[in-house]
Design a protein around this ligand. Structure first.
Ligand SMILES: *[C@@H]1O[C@H](CO)[C@@H](O)[C@H](O)[C@H]1NC(C)=O
Ligand SMILES: *[C@@H]1O[C@H](CO)[C@@H](O)[C@H](O)[C@H]1NC(C)=O
Ligand SMILES: *[C@@H]1O[C@H](CO)[C@@H](O)[C@H](O)[C@H]1NC(C)=O
Length: 266
C-alpha cells in the first residue's frame, strides 16, 4: 500500500513541471505561434439555430428565433447584436475570407510544412471541389495550422462552390461529425503519419465589417471611458457639495441680517 503511494508520488513528480516554467511557456505560446487575426474577424458564438433559407439555398439576411432577430453573413453567422423583430437587414453581406485555425496534438517533431500544405490543398480541392485558387494560404506554426479561404463576389462564378459551404463541411469533417454519407470524418495524414487535431476554430471576415456594439471596444478604450465616467461623477458630487455649503452660508447671512434689523428696530 505504502509502496503504491510512493510510486504514484514519484510518477506525479516526473509529470509535473514548475509553475514558473509553465507560465513562461504559456506567455511564449500566446506571443508567438498563432498568426494574428484581422481586426474585423469574428467567430460563431451562437452555434446551431433553425435558419430561414432562400429558394436558392442561401441564408436570408435576417434570422430570428421567436422574437429575437439578428443579421447574418453568407456563412449564416451572426454579424450584428441581437434585436427585436423590428430589426432591418438590408442585404446579405458576403463572407469573403474564412480562416480555419487548427491545433494538432502535442508531438516532439514538427510536421513537414510543405507536405502539410499539399495535403490540405489536395484534400480541400478533391473532397469539397473548391478550386485551388481560393485556397490562398496553408500556414504551419507548430502546433497551429491555419488555412485561408478567400473568395469575393467578382471571382465567384455561379457554378463555383462557396467557401462558406466548404468551411462547414471541413469543420464537421475534422471534428469527426462528417455530413457526408458513409464517412466518419477526415483522416488527416501527413507523410503517412496520422495527425490528431485537438481544436478547430473558424473566423469569418465579411465584405462589410460586422456591427457588434461593444466588441470593437478594446480594453484600453473601455478603461479610458471608465476613468472619464468616474471623473464626471466626481465633478458632479463636488459641485453638489459646494453648492450645499454655499446655500448654508447664504441662509446664515440672511439670518444675521434679520437679527441686525431687529436689533436696529428695537
Ligand atoms: C431559441 O429560443 C428558445 C426560447 O427562448 C431557446 O430555448 C433556444 O435555445 C433558442 N435557440 C437558439 C438557437 O438560440
Ligand atoms: C493550391 O493548389 C492550387 C492549384 O490546384 C494553387 O493554385 C494554389 O496556389 C495552391 N494553394 C496553396 C496554398 O498551396
Ligand atoms: C479513417 O480511419 C478510420 C480508422 O482509423 C477508418 O475507419 C476510416 O474509414 C478512415 N476514413 C477515411 C475517410 O479514410
Amino acid at each position: 500500500m505504502c509502496g503504491l503511494v510512493m510510486h504514484n508520488a514519484t510518477f506525479w513528480l516526473s509529470l509535473v513541471t514548475s509553475k514558473c516554467l509553465l507560465m513562461k511557456a504559456e506567455v511564449m505560446g500566446s506571443k508567438s505561434g498563432r498568426r494574428e487575426k484581422p481586426k474585423d474577424a469574428f467567430e460563431d458564438t451562437d452555434g446551431l439555430y433553425d435558419p430561414e433559407c432562400e429558394n436558392s439555398g442561401a441564408f436570408k439576411a435576417k434570422q430570428c428565433n421567436g422574437t429575437t432577430c439578428w443579421c447574418v453573413n453568407t456563412a449564416g453567422v451572426r454579424r450584428t447584436d441581437k434585436h427585436d423583430t423590428d430589426l432591418k437587414c438590408n442585404q446579405l453581406v458576403r463572407t469573403t475570407w474564412i480562416i480555419i485555425e487548427m491545433k494538432h496534438a502535442e508531438r516532439d517533431t514538427p510536421l513537414n510544412a510543405e507536405s502539410l500544405r499539399k495535403f490540405f490543398n489536395e484534400t480541400i480541392t478533391s473532397r469539397y471541389l473548391l478550386k485551388g485558387q481560393y485556397i490562398t494560404n496553408v500556414l504551419y506554426e507548430k502546433p497551429y495550422i491555419t488555412i485561408d479561404l478567400k473568395q469575393n463576389s467578382l471571382e465567384k462564378s455561379p457554378e463555383d462552390v462557396d467557401i462558406a459551404d466548404v468551411a462547414y463541411y471541413f469543420e464537421k469533417d475534422v471534428k469527426g461529425q462528417s455530413i457526408f454519407h458513409n464517412s466518419v470524418g477526415l483522416n488527416v495524414s501527413i507523410d503517412n503519419e496520422p495527425v490528431k487535431l485537438e481544436k478547430t476554430v473558424v473566423y469569418y471576415v465579411d465584405e462589410i465589417a460586422p456591427e457588434f456594439s461593444m466588441k470593437s471596444l478594446t480594453p484600453g478604450l473601455i478603461a479610458v471611458i471608465v476613468v472619464i465616467v468616474i471623473a464626471i461623477v466626481t465633478a458632479i458630487v463636488v459641485l453638489v457639495l459646494t453648492r450645499r455649503r454655499k446655500g448654508k452660508y447664504v441662509k446664515a447671512e440672511v439670518k444675521e441680517m434679520n437679527e441686525m434689523h431687529r436689533g436696529l428696530n428695537a
